[in-house]
Design a protein. Sequence first.
Length: 532
Amino acid sequence: MNKKLLSLLFLVIPFITFAQEIAEKGLDQRIDEGFKPFSDTISSIIFFEILGTPFVLILLVASALFFTLYFGFPNFRYFRTAVNIVRGKYDDVDRHEVGDPELAIDGDIVDTIEDESKEGEVTHFQALATAVSGTVGNGNIAGVALAIALGGPGATFWMIICGLLGMSTKFVECTLGVQYRDVGEDGTIYGGPMYYISKGLKERGFTILGKIAAVFFAIFCIGGSFGGGNAAQSNQATIVLKELMGLESTSAGAWIGLILAILVGIIIIGGIKRIASVTEKVVPFMAVLYLIACLYIILSNFTLIDDALSLIISEAFNPKAIGVGGVIGVLLVGFKRAAFSNEAGAGSASIAHSAVKTKYSASEGLVALLEPFIDTVVICTMTALVIIIFNFGGAFEYGGDGSGAVIIDGMSYEGAGITSRAFAQYIPYSNIFLTIAVVLFAISTMISWSYYGLQSWKYLFGRGKAADITYKLLFLLFVIIGAAASMKSIWDFSDAMIFAMVFPNMVGLFFLFPVVKKQLARYLDAIKAKKA
């Protein structure tokens, strides 16, 4: 029998019993009750406040603004260059040898290091698709609905601002991801914040700090892969599947989780190349279909577009959502959901981008700045407009009870359920389409995050097969846990883990951003040399 099939059976069979236990003994409620205190404790630690504002959000926004100014608005200046890189216009730039002897790592010229590792494992487009699949997911469908339900239309404005600023942060961290990556003897790439934090700080004489920060990042990234990259995704996929099939039994979630675990297990066994080959097909296909559906609804209500945009801007500075806490409250809701969705500052995407085939690290950093634009500025905004236009009819009250759930026609909806109701108002059988979109987005996000978490796991526990199998067992376990638990406890835990990654990642970014500036100049010189 095929070895990969045997591996899959080994991974999945134990969870059939686990799902059965949940279904028969009602363990779903016990899981939720046990999970909530843990998620509440973690959240209280991560989201500590300064002057009434979570410090992690201040750090994210201030850092993004600093990088935007320091690099001269790369989110706008190099947008066209980034698109051309993805299109393959500059693929032959790798043949040019434009280096700076001053840029050395451990005594080696950077050009030499990059020549040794230039093969990589995936193309620019595959790396972008894999990273985007980790961000374009249920954060765009369920997360946006949650933001609007809590903060009203004004949250959309702050999501867009956060997305634009996040482009600069993503550029910095993904450039560093390629710059400091490791290459195994078999050509396998190992990269991400844990590598640029440890290597980069060692160069600057802060070896111990670098090692500690790298370990903390790896731990938080593993938690993020179990939470936002996994449990939150299976949770939302389960909600829409149960709604579509009319399943009210809570135990149904465990069986849905088991099926999702099998599908995810089939893909993640193949590693980054299998993941990239799947995401480069699934993500663009579903993103385009989803955007077409959004555009159809928006254009069908063309006369309401200006009203929706006006409401977004006015509510950003004068929010009327109940309990949102004024301008600061709606700003925080928007920033929090945008940061969760595009992950700029968390450093996760640099793990996928590290595997790219290139010898110029800045080339992939430029590609990466497209992610927050695609994820937040385009897709999140489209979802928001659909929900706002839908609610012009007074379907629900912004703010609700503060839990993120709203009452529509006497029934409670949350997350993807709100978006589903908005779609159903204008597109017949849209519940089927949206269910497929949510499930595929969930799966694509889970497989990307399985790679992020596995890379972090290997950094901590070694690159052997035993470590590999152990992580994948735990990852698939959380697929089922996420499907069985409630939305709020899962999202609280997910938020905490994703945002926890910001702290150690920022240590690396603030020590190493001058390296990014030199690598950017080096790559732009190579492009000029090609044109000459």
